[in-house]
Each structure stands twice: as C-alpha cells, then as structure tokens.
Design a protein around this ligand. Sequence first.
Ligand SMILES: C[S@@+](CC[C@H](N)C(=O)[O-])C[C@H]1O[C@@H](n2cnc3c(N)ncnc32)[C@H](O)[C@@H]1O
Ligand SMILES: [Zn+2]
Length: 308
Amino acid sequence: MRHQSVLLRECIRYLELDPAGVYVDGTLGMGGHAEAILEHLPQGRLIGIDRDGQALEYAAGRLARFGRRATLVRGNFGDLGKILDELGIGKVNGMLFDLGVSSPQLDDKERGFSYMQDAPLDMRMDEQSPLTAREVLNTWSEAELRSIFWRYGEERYAGRIAEAVTAAREEAPIETTGQFVEIIRRTMPAAALREKQHPAKRCFQAVRIAVNDELGALERMLDTAPDRLVTGGRMLVISFHSLEDRMVKEAIRKRENGCTCPPEFPVCTCGFVKTLRSVTRKPVIPDGEELAENPRARSARLRIAERV
Ligand SMILES: C[S@@+](CC[C@H](N)C(=O)[O-])C[C@H]1O[C@@H](n2cnc3c(N)ncnc32)[C@H](O)[C@@H]1O
Ligand SMILES: [Zn+2]
C-alpha cells in the first residue's frame, strides 16, 4: 500500500507547529501527513481520525514509533467535537483535513471505488456503514439519482443517466462497477465519450459523495472545528473538487467577515462571529515537481485559516 501525501511540505510549513502542541489529523489515511507532523512534535501530540478501519490499522503500524504521542480514533471528522470531548481535549493548536479518497481505497478493487476495475458496487470509506453504492443505485428514486449526478458530479447528462439506471434495474439489480460504467457509456452521446475525462468519472464521484455523505461531514466539521482551535491555531483543508473547495472557502469567508445581519437588527441572528482569518489570499496548489510525481495532486487546493 502506498499513498503519496499531497502538499506535504506546504502543510508542515503552514501549520507552524508548536513542538509541544496538540494537533488533529482528521483524515489519517496512510498516515503520511500525520507522520510528518509527529516528526515535528518532540513533546506534542497528534489525534488521528479516520472512518476507514483498514486505513487506521495501517497508520497505527506506521506511527507506532511515536508511542503515546499518537492517539488514533476510528470516527467521522464531522463528529470532531464529540471525539475531542471524549478524549478530554478542549482546544487544539492546529488541524489538517486532506479530503477525498486514499490511493489504497481506489486501488483495492474489492472496495468498488474505481471505474477502471470491475467489482461489487460498494464505495464505503467506513466498511461498517450500512449504505453502499449498490443500495444507492438500486433503491434511490430517479429524481434523487438525477440530483446527485448533477449536484455532486456536475454531470451534464445526469437526467439521461438517471433514467437509464432506473430502466436497467427494472430488468435486474445493478451489482457491479462494470455494469454501472456500461450503463453510463451506453447513455452518453458519442462525442462525450471521446472527451479526455473517463465518461464514468463524474457519476462515480457523485455516488461516492452520496454513499459517504461527504458534504454533510464536511459541513458539520466546518461548523464546529473553528471553535476547537486556540487563538493563532490553524485549520488546513485540502480539497479535490470544486464543490468541497467552495464550501471551505465560504465557511472561512463567513467567519472572516463576521455578522451579516442588517444593521437595523437589534441582535445578531446569523451567528457568524469573526473567528477566522484567511492566511493566504488564494488556495495553495502543488508545484510542478509534485504534479510531475503525483497525478492525484492535480486538482488539490489547500486553504488555510487561522483562529483569531
Ligand atoms: C486522501 S486520504 C488521506 C491521506 C493522508 N493524509 C496521508 O498522507 O496518508 C483521505 C482519508 O480520509 C478519510 N475520510 C474521508 N472522509 C472522512 C470523514 N468524514 N471522517 C473521517 N475520515 C474520513 C478516508 O477514509 C481516507 O482514508
Ligand atoms: Zn449576525
């Protein structure tokens, strides 16, 4: 198993690690970022969270040499507040969230994330979660499917594909990633099939986001994380598609500008207090060297906010 950590040097630089601080890695994965963070924390501590049991197991081995300075938790970063409460931790010195799927998740055929390999339709990051891609494609209504293909995949042919999926499952349940790819291929116009992007890429992203409630988790995290940072503490979020990046950007902007209530309101009802400051004007993106080495880094955008 291998996963090249995206924007690793940049993350370490922007976290401005306090050698005795407490940090959260909310998307532990293979533990690449976590390991680099721990190497800079001779007296500090790292809380590593992932919802994927396999990832956690792998990271535990990789981080074993740090002993009790690494605390690993199986959970959803959307529950960050609860996770920190349970550990008896109030505020932390910094946080990192490296969103999206890890290479082992993509490469392990059996997990059904990839449109390149035929496998059972699964796509769960948390192997214990009840909702699978199979369930979504075979039980969600045509309208719901159209909506996720359109909103989460920005798929132009969302309507046609949703229709084709519901027609196909009338015949027999859709069981494999290969069958889903075939339905998409059959439905898209020939010109669209010749585009550079794989024709199934957008719908696979959409189903994955739905299966894992990725935007819901991100929203809950963005709502709670700023209040768990000490003054001067930083929150770093790496996103891999525009939907996520827009949510992160908006969440920071709202907390940077503060209250948006009309001036005649006697009290604030919007609840946006000035809690964050954007550290860089633009998102940080990988340099040419990293892009040459790691194609997965291509769409990565790192946003950094500091608690004020
Ligand atoms: C891109 S990988 C992280 C790679 C890691 N930074 C490294 O260097 O090895 C993203 C990880 O986040 C996990 N993940 C995604 N959404 C999550 C959520 N809401 N809660 C917890 N973990 C999540 C996935 O299971 C995956 O292992
Ligand atoms: Zn207000």
